[in-house]
Design a protein around this ligand. Structure first.
Ligand SMILES: [Zn+2]
Ligand SMILES: [Zn+2]
Length: 269
């Protein structure tokens, strides 16, 4: 039996002889099913043609991305801390070389997810690294396509993972959309790992907030205001978005505040 992966979004499905009939993440109104219908990749074949790439973004922060890119080009971020390592978001495959490298660094204490578009291979990663707890917000549990006993849903608006590392549910893009506060990031000024919850845009120093990115569906002004107000309460100077060129190296808190203000002004004018 094969582990089937949705080619469009990278979601994994339970072992089965035949591919799934549909992908609930792609059929959700925030994503899309491509022209010509859904295609499926068998995990075992995929690892012969694709591998993980490893690059350091700053001290104690490593980007792990699949090359060539699959799904929506998801990457994971490995945060190294004195209290243990955390994987933020996930990719569709974990190859042996990367697994061995992570184990040499002491393994990981938890896999923390921003939202369903990054769930991808989280169960594969967890199992390959010894049954690592998968922390995703309870509000988005319905989008899990490969159930596992390692999934530990969390509730509420804050979940402390390790000293100096905490999940915050800001919502918006998904009801459970979360960010990861990493106090050790940006030379101790704090970094926020945001996924799509706060989305870094092309113009340097600005972000946006969307219900759907591919279908260009905005969020209501009250939601944007609420997200910005919550972000103010978190200590950070830097933001890492979902892809390598999506980051704000300093004064990122100001970026969130002025971007929210502009968004609300345009929605309400
Ligand atoms: Zn999909
Ligand atoms: Zn998303």
């Amino acid at each position: 039996m094969a582990i089937w992966i949705c080619k469009t979004c990278g979601a994994h499905f339970p072992p089965n002889d035949a591919p799934p009939a549909s992908c609930p993440i792609c059929e959700d109104e925030r994503q899309f099913v491509p022209e010509g219908g859904q295609e499926w990749l068998a995990r075992e074949a995929l690892v012969t043609t694709h591998a993980n790439e490893w690059s350091e973004l700053e001290p104690n922060l490593i980007e792990i991305a699949v090359s060539p890119a699959i799904g929506i080009g998801q990457r994971a971020l490995l945060v190294l801390s004195p209290h243990g390592n955390i994987l933020w978001d996930c990719t569709a495959i974990l190859d042996k070389k990367t697994r061995d490298r992570i184990l040499e660094l002491g393994g990981i204490k938890a896999i923390c997810l921003s939202h369903p578009h990054f769930y991808t291979g989280m169960v594969e990663w967890s199992e390959a690294l010894g049954g690592v707890p998968i922390l995703l917000h309870q509000a988005d549990l319905a989008y899990v396509t490969r159930p596992s006993a390692h999934i530990q849903p969390w509730q509420g608006d804050r979940h402390d993972v390790l000293p100096g590392i905490a999940l915050h549910r800001l919502g918006g893009h998904f009801e459970g959309s979360s960010v990861l506060e990493w106090q050790g990031g940006a030379s101790g000024k704090g970094a926020l790992l945001v996924g799509d919850t706060i989305h870094v845009v092309a113009e340097r120093g600005w972000v946006t907030f969307m219900y759907s990115f591919p279908n260009l569906i905005p969020l209501p002004a009250r939601e944007v205001r609420r997200i910005a107000d919550r972000a103010v309460e978190i200590r950070f100077d830097r933001i890492y978005g979902p892809w390598r060129d999506k980051f704000i190296s300093s004064n990122a808190k100001d970026s969130v505040a002025r971007s929210a203000e502009r968004y609300i002004r345009l929605l309400e004018s």
